[in-house]
Design a protein around this ligand. Sequence first.
Ligand code: PMV
Length: 303
Amino acid sequence: MTKTCSAPGKIYVFGEHAVVYGKRAIASAINLRTTATVTESNQTEIKSPLGTTGIDYMVHPYISRCIEHLSIPAVSIRIDSEIPVGSGLGSSAAAVIATLGALNAEFDLGMTRTAIAEAGHQIEREVQGAASPTDTFVSTMGGTVVITPGQSPPASAKLRLIDCDIVVGDTREFSSTKELVGNVRILHERYPDIMNPIFDIIDSLSEIGVPLIERGDYRSVGELMNIDHGLLDAIGVGSAKLSALVYAARDAGAYGAKITGAGGGGCIVALADDAEAVASEINDAGGNAIITKASREGVRVRT
Ligand code: PMV
């Protein structure tokens, strides 16, 4: 038997990095998806754009961990993705959730969505050392979501789906989430009295952002995203390229623009009314623009 399952990537409206310190974050699933196709086989095989391997923690750490986590018989898994890898769009979480969803369907494991999200979060933590539940939760459940990570399981609530255009600008520079989270941790250890208030302000951006998103007031959401970008720059996860794309998007009339995800390289996100103008300005500034929309749909088994 063959089972195919897909799961979305995500953008952060507010709260990356602060969420690692228990602060609230708002994120949204987007219309870029990763697909996992699972087929019965007498030998375990993982195929992706990174190559073809068996269980291999160097090339395919996330998928290898999914297979071992579920203790299932040998399978062949193929991963196809529309999400740029290591760019802050949750490519690893989407691959993990799509794989768990496909294995759940193939082997009738009876996992609920909540169980898939929790297993996905555990797998991300095991592979990366630290990970907030945001990526795996949003990829499983879909929608625009506010996450409060300080509880177990993390509290979360679906918000009105963002319905303006979303433009992602990819710097095409790989960034390591683990390394950036580590750099922020060092700053936090050295200057807790500076870093804690910054994380508290980011928490307030998420709090104030909830009713604005519910009302569809993207102009105000954009203003707060611009503030968040400045704070992300302040905690050392910005770069000249990221800011060039952020300013290009704002100059083209975006409601707001900021880093999305770990930073360092990777992507920015802009909310926009005229997505074409914003995308063209991002491309002119040397980025790769992707016009997308928020997605209501989380993990989905193709029947
Ligand atoms: O770059 P991404 O998509 O892996 O997002 C990282 C977001 C952080 O808040 C920096 C880390 C996390 O686990 O939430």
